[in-house]
Design a protein around this ligand. Structure first.
Ligand code: COA
Length: 419
């Protein structure tokens, strides 16, 4: 590795940075995407390897607020743009970049890092664990019937709500939807604020090329003049040979309340001339299934990990989130990649759910590698399940169950925005 130089890029190297990624992922950068990359890349956080002046590997990160258990917001490092040119793979470049990046995050006092992994076998060695999960759903629309909501004693028109669903144009969507999303993000553990460039990607550009030009529809739920939810979708053939076999492809749906949620699903499942509805990754506990008269008309087409979490500084990260039960737990952490985290920590949670963390020599209740701690950190992965298969060692009987009660969250964590 001594022949290669690893350093932050300079402004004139952004195109080379983009080309390296394009080559690694087998894709291409459109002028639009290049423009938004140039706008959003923070040069001092964008690392690259150079081989005799040629840029051959990349990674970057940006600081973004994430919603932690207890619905507290914490700035985390979102790691992205990881690529190594096909000509330079398996020479340790990724490991060197991860080393430098985690050292930088530690120096900047950033206790948590998150990323999306292209493959599941890469990031555990650097201390990241899969912490949020999502599912793609398919609804067989034609036979699907929706149940009528139960009336509450004070409600004479159950589930109808006083709001309405309406289609809007791209410019209205671009103006209104980010505020809805911004109000939703602090209500769900794991969610991150969305960078500006990602909005352009989601909403599409009708004048763009390829995928971008595919017409998207924008629909919102409005009540008392306030937009409380939206959906972005396309209608396209499921079988290119048969124009009339069409489906609704849901790009994203976001809602701030139950009526908005139900009304948007009713709308989407009621679109004529389509036989299926296919979603992108959505929360694994999607309540939609309970709205269906026959739940078998909804199936999970795939299930997979979304964000991976890395505790850069274990003590600080544990103190940032809130907990569900007043209790104490001593954990022994093993972190060969970031040995500053090695050791035993006592987590003492008070009545208000606030945790205090101190280094101790006391006997541990649980022992675990840091990537397992990353996985359980947001409350979406059970300590007990990890202990059952030996990923976490239970040193005190009942400690895994106690930890699960302390770390539990109301709904599984999720991250809508890809980065
Ligand atoms: C994945 C990628 C970044 C790895 O880069 P690299 O420089 O070849 O990785 P390194 O040489 O530093 O390998 C480090 C370790 O990871 C392992 N590894 C690398 N790629 C791996 C993969 N795809 N799956 C599993 N293990 C992998 C190596 O075998 C090595 O293991 P070791 O520590 O036990 O020796 C590179 O292959 C790439 O750019 N792939 C395409 C784009 C991509 O997937 N990027 C990741 C985006 S999240």
């Amino acid at each position: 590795m001594t022949d290669f130089e690893l350093r932050p890029i300079e402004i004139h190297e952004i195109n080379a940075f983009a080309s390296c990624q394009a080559a690694a992922f087998g894709g291409r950068y459109t002028p639009d995407k290049l423009e938004s990359l140039a706008e959003e890349l923070q040069l001092d956080r964008s690392l690259a390897f150079f081989d005799s002046g040629d840029l051959v590997a990349t990674t970057s990160s940006y600081v973004v607020p994430m919603t932690l258990p207890g619905l507290v917001r914490c700035k985390v490092a979102a790691v992205t743009d990881v690529s190594v040119a096909p000509t330079h793979r398996r020479r340790g470049m990724l490991t060197s970049m991860m080393r430098r990046q985690l050292d930088d995050l530690r120096s900047a006092n950033e206790p948590l890092a998150v990323l999306f992994a292209s493959e599941g076998g890469i990031y555990g060695r650097y201390g990241y664990g899969p912490a949020t999960f999502g599912a793609r759903y398919v609804v067989d629309k034609r036979p699907a019937r929706l149940l009528t909501p139960v009336a509450t004693p004070t409600d004479s028109s159950p589930g109808c709500g006083s709001g309405s669903v309406r289609l809007v144009e791209l410019d209205q969507a671009a103006e209104a939807f980010p505020a809805v999303y911004g109000a939703y993000v602090p209500t769900r553990v794991g969610e991150l604020d969305r960078p500006h460039g990602e909005w352009a990607e989601l909403l599409g550009n009708p004048n763009g090329a390829g995928e971008d030009a595919r017409h998207r529809f924008y629909v919102c739920y409005e009540q008392a003049g306030r937009i409380e939810g939206y959906a972005v979708y396309r209608v396209a053939a499921v079988d290119p040979a048969d124009h009339w076999r069409r489906a609704v492809f849901l790009e994203e749906m976001c809602s701030l309340g139950d009526e908005s949620y139900t009304s948007l699903w009713r709308y989407l499942l009621g679109i004529d001339l389509t036989e299926e509805l296919r979603t992108r990754s959505r929360p694994v506990d999607e309540p939609l299934r309970y709205l269906l008269e026959d739940q078998r008309h909804l199936r999970m087409a795939s299930w997979g990990d979304r964000t991976w979490v890395r505790l850069v500084d274990v003590a600080q990260a544990l103190a940032r989130r809130r907990y569900e039960e007043e209790a104490t737990l001593v954990i022994e952490v093993e972190d060969p990649f970031c040995p500053w985290n090695d050791g035993r920590f006592r987590l003492s949670v008070d009545r208000g759910g606030v945790g205090t963390v101190e280094r101790v020599n006391a006997a541990p209740d649980l022992a675990l590698p840091v990537e397992a701690l990353g996985a359980v950190y947001l409350g979406g992965v059970p300590f007990a399940g990890m202990a059952e298969v030996g990923r976490i060692a239970e040193c005190t009987e009942g400690a895994a169950r106690r930890a699960d009660r302390m770390f539990s969250v109301r709904r599984p964590p999720f991250c809508t925005t890809n980065f």
